[in-house]
Design a protein around this ligand. Structure first.
Ligand code: BES
Ligand code: MN
Ligand code: MN
Length: 463
């Protein structure tokens, strides 16, 4: 396969490739908010149509207990390898809306310092509609240029942003038609547009909710204040006690199963270019913060965390109200690393919080969702193929990195299907995933479409 064949086809169809993505981005497929269920389903329908148009066969909207999985395949020869493409068509809620410079579901293209060729600003532009759609277009390119070298199966889900609870059962039920050689995913980041990298790890997750109840009703904070526990005060103290002065997590047993990297492995990791000043400047913080004894990349890549994702209770309306609240709540998530187990950590967390809650309050700890961490071998055939593909497209060998985010279904692909995943992501960490003004570079979009067929070629050649 000639790379020029691919680039010629992409160049001739650039505008259409872009417009099709913009149309997808206009549908608010927010899986977390039931108000948008019509739009989530509409997006599944749109993905189905686009797969059919690209030449995928047996395309169907496959029901689950939640939002459907869009499945389709193109099986050209049972003797050839099969690549299973995974992606998600759902997106995070866009809140807070007032921090967006343009409406989240009305995509616009603007230049930025890191994206001088322009970037698409919209919720889901990078995570994951833009990255998922590159695979649909790369497939079209291979079909239209007669260069598809193997079998392909598409599995695009609609519940990734809410924990993929129904995808696990779905892959078990569909085991028979999910036979393949590798799961190919573009839902992670790379270092920079001139520094390609490939994630060889994802963190796991354990997401909890804590409810603290003090007195049986809201009270006048003057009449009762000082004589009964304030659940907000209590919850804050409990949370604060979870980290020591070195930002080490204090929950007994929390680090028991954590795999410590060798000096050699850490030295290898440290070779990845990283500029702490740029990092701080981008976030407008004077100083970074994290676990003592670890670098910023180590803190996000190979160390577990505990973070409050939301906390509420008492009066939060306009003005002031002197109230001693009856209840306080917090959503707390922990990012996990090999070999921590999500269930075990959730249990440890629950027991610890129940234990440290003072007698003056009642506590309820519940579990939202979780997922196991994963590491991918940089010596696998798939990694080599991805590395060769990126080197061919970018003119530089990609650097293996450990991603801080989570894609819980990846561990289940391994457990249930016995399949490894290749995390070939093309976004940047600074593309504001889950934040206001999420965007995805046009360069990244087209480069991804160019790189994916090269992965297919090298993967099949090296098999
Ligand atoms: N695509 C992200 C995960 C990601 C982003 C991995 C960047 C590595 C680099 C995915 O859509 C995501 O946001 N996952 C959630 C987990 C889920 C259970 C809600 C996450 O990481 O918070
Ligand atoms: Mn994603
Ligand atoms: Mn996400």
């Amino acid at each position: 396969m000639e790379r020029s064949q691919i680039t010629t086809y992409i160049n001739a169809n650039k505008e259409r490739f872009l417009n099709e993505l913009l149309d997808l981005l206009k549908i608010p497929s927010i899986s977390a908010d039931a108000k948008y269920s019509g739009d989530v389903n509409k997006t599944a329908e749109a993905v189905k149509q686009r797969l059919i148009e690209a030449g995928v066969e047996n395309v169907e909207i496959s029901k689950t207990k939640g939002y459907p999985v869009v499945y389709g395949d193109k099986l050209i020869d049972p003797k050839l390898p099969t690549i299973i493409v995974y992606g998600h068509y759902d997106v995070q809620p866009p809140d807070p809306l007032e921090l967006w410079d343009s409406p989240p579901f009305e995509p616009v293209i603007k230049k930025t310092a890191l994206h001088p060729d322009g970037a698409i600003f919209a919720r889901g532009a990078c995570d994951d509609k833009g990255q998922m759609y590159m695979h649909v277009k790369a497939f079209e390119v291979m079909m239209k240029t007669g260069t598809l070298p193997c079998n392909v199966k598409f599995m695009i889900e609609g519940e990734e942003e809410v924990g993929s609870a129904n995808l696990g059962p779905w892959i078990v039920e569909n085991k028979a038609r999910l036979k393949g050689d590798i799961i190919l995913i573009s839902d992670t980041s790379m270092i920079a547009n001139d520094t390609p990298s490939i994630d060889v790890g994802l963190r796991g997750l354990s997401y909890m909710e804590v409810e603290i109840t003090g007195p049986n009703r809201d009270l006048h904070s003057g009449v009762y204040g000082g004589a009964v526990a304030n659940p907000v005060n209590v919850l804050c103290k409990m949370i604060a006690s979870c980290h020591d002065e070195n930002n080490h997590i204090t929950i007994p047993g929390f680090y028991d199963d954590v795999v410590e990297l060798t000096k050699e492995e850490r030295d290898e990791m440290a070779k990845a270019p990283f500029n702490l000043n740029d990092f701080k400047k981008d976030l407008d913080v004077e100083q970074e913060q994290g676990e003592k004894g670890f670098t910023t990349n180590e803190r996000t890549g190979i160390r577990p965390t505990l973070d409050v994702n939301g906390i509420w209770g008492g009066y939060t309306g306009e003005g002031a109200k002197t109230v001693l609240p009856s209840k306080a709540f917090a959503k707390i998530s922990m990012r996990l690393v090999p070999n921590q187990s999500s269930d075990k950590i959730s249990e440890i967390f629950k027991n610890h919080f129940e234990k440290i809650a003072p007698k003056s309050v009642k506590i309820k700890v519940s579990h939202h969702h979780g997922g196991e961490p994963v590491v991918v071998s940089p010596n696998s055939a798939a990694f080599k193929a991805a590395s060769m593909a990126m080197e061919e497209a970018y003119g530089k060998k990609p650097i293996p990195t450990r991603g801080g985010g989570s894609i819980p279904i990846v561990a289940l692909f391994k457990k249930e299907l016995g399949l490894d995943s290749m995390l070939m992501g093309f976004g940047l960490d600074t593309d504001a995933l889950h934040s206001p003004n999420e965007h995805y570079g046009l360069f990244n979009y087209y480069k991804g479409i160019e790189t994916i067929p090269l992965f297919y070629k090298h993967f099949v050649n090296n098999k």
